[in-house]
Design a protein around this ligand. Structure first.
Ligand code: NAP
Length: 294
């Protein structure tokens, strides 16, 4: 890590819990490579009162920007002075740029997903049929990203259909020609079987005994399955691979959303943050967690 001095600028991640966060390792590795006099720290906050206090403090401190993770991405939207269109459509902010005391909110998760799909699966969404499991912040970001990338149709599968309809109502005015619908998991078989891409944007799979969010028998060869969960091979990823689909975990998206945040904060824009450096740091951190038994 670069030596910390009186001129070092700050960045960090606000969330709860953060013990397993890979972001400090990823960010500090790439700041060093880029020669940036920045340091990235975990900002553990228990509740929305804590979130408001930390965000107020950040405005008086030399922060470049910060990331926001579960469970505060939706609450952060209200605390920004300005919000980029994609973040406002997704209903969630995961990256904030501090500009002259103002907080400008972005959502880099959608771009992260698109980048990972392209780099790891050669998948281009234009004209494709997509199913997204979940209707929270990550699903919103995926929906907006895939919509802007001109997917032909997007189906949201969620246990709470009202939540899925709310998400669709927010983005519908910007939909152009994309066909969208919300269905329950029980009614999703035909749509999943016909899809080009299935994205898991629920936390189902994070625990070792979790099943797949949809029956893996519904996917097969020719389909891409993207599980946003990383650091473990989920039942969805292993089952989809066994069925002949191309299945990826969420590490590439995590790396790309973080790298995009660095690119936003590093206004000189002459050099892009290296995805390879950030991925290597994330993988080393995952290995360290495994060795610690965490
Ligand atoms: P969130 O806002 O809390 O949304 C969670 C969604 O999952 C909701 O739609 C919820 O359904 C659904 N869900 C939760 N538990 C479920 C269960 N047991 N069965 C069925 N559905 C369930 O969370 P989020 O921020 O969107 O994050 C979702 C996942 O994506 C997390 O695992 C997160 O770590 C991951 N993620 C990964 C990346 C990456 O870079 N790889 C980035 C962002 C998020 P209801 O609406 O019915 O409650």
């Amino acid at each position: 890590m670069q030596p910390i001095s009186g001129t070092t600028r700050l960045a960090g991640v606000i969330g709860h819990p953060l013990a397993h966060s890979l972001s400090p390792a990823m960010h500090n590795a790439v700041y060093e490579e880029l020669g940036l006099d920045w340091v990235y720290v975990p900002l553990h906050v228990k509740d929305e009162i804590g979130l408001r206090r930390v965000v107020a403090a950040i405005q008086s401190l030399p922060f470049m920007g910060f990331n926001v993770t579960m469970p505060f991405k939706q609450a952060m939207l209200e605390l920004c002075d300005e919000v980029a269109m994609a973040a406002s459509m997704a209903g969630a902010v995961n990256t904030v740029h501090c500009v002259d005391g103002r907080l400008v909110g972005y959502n880099t998760d959608g771009r992260g997903l698109l980048e990972a799909l392209k780099d790891e699966a050669g998948f281009e969404p234009a004209g494709k049929d997509v199913v997204i499991c979940g209707a929270g912040g990550a699903a919103g970001a995926a929906l907006v990203g895939l919509m802007l990338a001109q997917a032909a149709s997007i189906t949201i599968v969620n246990r709470n259909i009202d939540g899925a309809e709310e998400l669709l109502d927010r983005v519908r005015p910007h939909m152009n020609a994309v066909r969208v619908q919300a269905v329950s998991a029980m009614a999703a078989e035909e749509t999943v079987r016909a899809a080009d891409l299935l994205v898991n944007a629920t936390p189902v799979g994070m625990r070792p005994d979790d099943d797949s969010p949809i029956p893996v028998q519904w996917v097969g060869p020719g389909q891409v399955v993207y599980d946003m969960i990383y650091g473990r091979t989920t039942a969805l990823v292993s089952g989809a691979r066994a069925q002949g689909a191309l299945a990826l975990d969420g590490l590439g998206m995590l790396v790309a959303q973080g790298a995009t945040a660095v690119d936003i904060w590093n206004e000189s824009k002459q050099v892009r943050a290296s995805r390879a450096t950030m991925r290597a740091a994330a993988e080393a951190q995952l290995t360290a967690h495994e060795q610690d038994g965490r």
